[in-house]
Design a binder for this molecule. Structure first.
Ligand code: FPP
Length: 258
């Protein structure tokens, strides 16, 4: 049974945070995607190893997940490891998998209590077995949850995802299940790792660079971009708050007229 005190705690927290909302509830972006950049630079500026930057980045990520849940965002997608990140030194890659393992072990209880549903974008089969197992457990434990969906892009690349979608659709044609003229935008969307979820409304990138780096290329067709100068480990709830306020101030026309 769910302990009574936990329900009370959650209610108190929700009411305390009402004044903390960055906008009216109906204005909140449904899906926020984040390129968490700058861990390495944050560490270098402090003469710390890159691993320390990633660890600090994990702490910032935890706070962003909490804020997204508190504010009623429905989907949060976090670019955690790209298909290009394999070019990094082995030691750094190993540390990142260790961190993923640590995060899911330490935070799973809270994520379950917050009714968070976890999804993975990318190919986890190349990850260390222990990390794969921790992730599989986290997916299992949260699969029935109906609250915030958090998608971790791990060994993810948008081009990889699009190639996989094309292969999937081509196979259906080859097997005479569909014909070429059946292909439409919905079919392509459904063949992507994000199938079934709305496209991002807001894309945030930290650390000053203004590029997309092979992230959700199809899905961000109409996303609003907010580039933030702070390094990811410095990104706080307040920065997230400001990014959402910037999003709310934008006029979205989706190619039409206002
Ligand atoms: C980019 O910064 C960041 C990454 C490649 C890793 C992101 C990982 C986390 C935030 C840690 C936790 C993740 C999980 C899922 C537990 P960078 O290293 O490219 O920074 P730089 O451009 O300054 O070198």
């Amino acid at each position: 049974m769910f302990p009574v005190w936990k329900g009370v705690f959650r209610r108190q927290k929700a009411s305390k945070l009402e004044s903390d909302m960055p906008c009216r509830p109906e204005e909140i972006p449904v899906h926020v995607a984040v390129i968490m950049d700058g861990n390495g630079r944050w560490a270098r500026r402090r003469a710390l190893p890159r691993a320390a930057g990633h660890h600090a980045g994990m702490l910032a990520m935890r706070e962003v997940i909490r804020a997204a849940d508190d504010w009623g965002i429905k989907v949060l997608t976090l670019y955690s490891f790209s298909t290009e990140n394999w070019k990094r030194p082995r030691q750094e890659i190993d540390y990142l998998w260790q961190l993923v393992d640590e995060f899911f072990k330490l935070d799973i209880q809270e994520l379950v209590e917050r009714n968070v549903h976890i999804r993975i974008l990318g190919d986890p089969s190349q990850l260390p077995l222990a990390t794969q197992q921790t992730i599989a457990r986290a997916l299992e434990q949260t699969k029935a949850n109906s609250g915030l969906t958090v998608q971790f892009a791990l060994n993810y690349g948008s081009r990889w995802e699009i190639v996989r979608a094309v292969q999937q659709i081509a196979t259906r044609i080859e097997e005479l299940e569909i014909s070429v003229s059946d292909i439409d935008e919905q079919m392509v969307s459904d063949a992507l790792a994000t199938a079934g979820l709305p496209d991002p409304d807001l894309l945030i990138r930290t650390a000053g660079d203004q590029r997309i780096s092979n992230f959700l290329l199809w899905q961000i067709a109409y996303a609003e971009f907010v580039f933030v100068d702070v390094m990811w480990p410095e990104f706080t709830r307040q920065h997230f708050y400001s990014a959402i306020q910037a999003f709310v101030a934008r006029e979205r026309r989706f190619g039409g007229l206002k």
